[in-house]
Design a protein around this ligand. Sequence first.
Ligand SMILES: Cc1ncc(C[n+]2csc(CCOP(=O)(O)OP(=O)(O)O)c2C)c(N)n1
Ligand SMILES: [Mg+2]
Length: 249
Amino acid sequence: MPIQTVFKAEIERISILDEHCQFDEKLGAGLIPDEDLVRLYEAMSSCRYLDEVAFKLQRSGRMGTYPQNMGQEATSLGAAYALRNDDWLVTCYRENCGLFWRGVPMESILLHWMGDERGNAMPAAHFATPIAVPIGTQMLHATGLAWASKYRGESRIACTFFGDGASSEGDFHEAANFAANLEIPVIFCCQSNSWAISVPQRIQCSAPTVAQRGIAYGMPCMQVDGNDIFACVYAVKAAAARARETCLV
Ligand SMILES: Cc1ncc(C[n+]2csc(CCOP(=O)(O)OP(=O)(O)O)c2C)c(N)n1
Ligand SMILES: [Mg+2]
């Protein structure tokens, strides 16, 4: 019996607008209407402004802690834009921009990091869960929410966000295995900023990409330029369409 290859995998990377302002017409044309692009840019700018204020409050000792969102605005914003307004956004703490797009007031984020529980009370209409600070927990919550949606015959899906460090937590692996195996309509969006506090990604994960971790569980996976709002919208639209199909199975 010869040795056979039983599985091969590839990870595609999506980038539509690169750092030299080269725009891929083939993938990006018509994806975001011009008037929406202006609104998205305004959303990212105001989120950046809040971020700077919050960071200064924290550094001057007036706020206990604050994880900066700077440079990660496009990811959750692109997702919130691509999803339906009644799809679950199950976030950790670098998704302010997507939450603001949904209508969560900036005040809630400040209250949260000031230690005021009212900052965790997301109004039901926003379909957003409280910011998850314990690393990894929210992926299981998202899987449960999406499972409930499928069980009830609804077409609502969930999108959960986590960091590269969180992808090394047991919770991620349990959620990913369960979700893929039961075809639960949940999108796992890893915001890989290459660090888990002071631990670089390369010394907590031997795989060249976080995306390939999902392949082990039988999920379709891709890598996306998270600074590229076009790529984020494109990728989440594709993932959402796939997830919504599984609602109907
Ligand atoms: C269960 C748990 N363990 C440890 C921590 C402390 N902690 C806060 S942020 C962080 C690193 C998370 O890294 P990553 O998942 O890459 O997210 P990032 O902060 O880079 O967005 C850790 C370990 C925590 N919040 N929760
Ligand atoms: Mg990280």
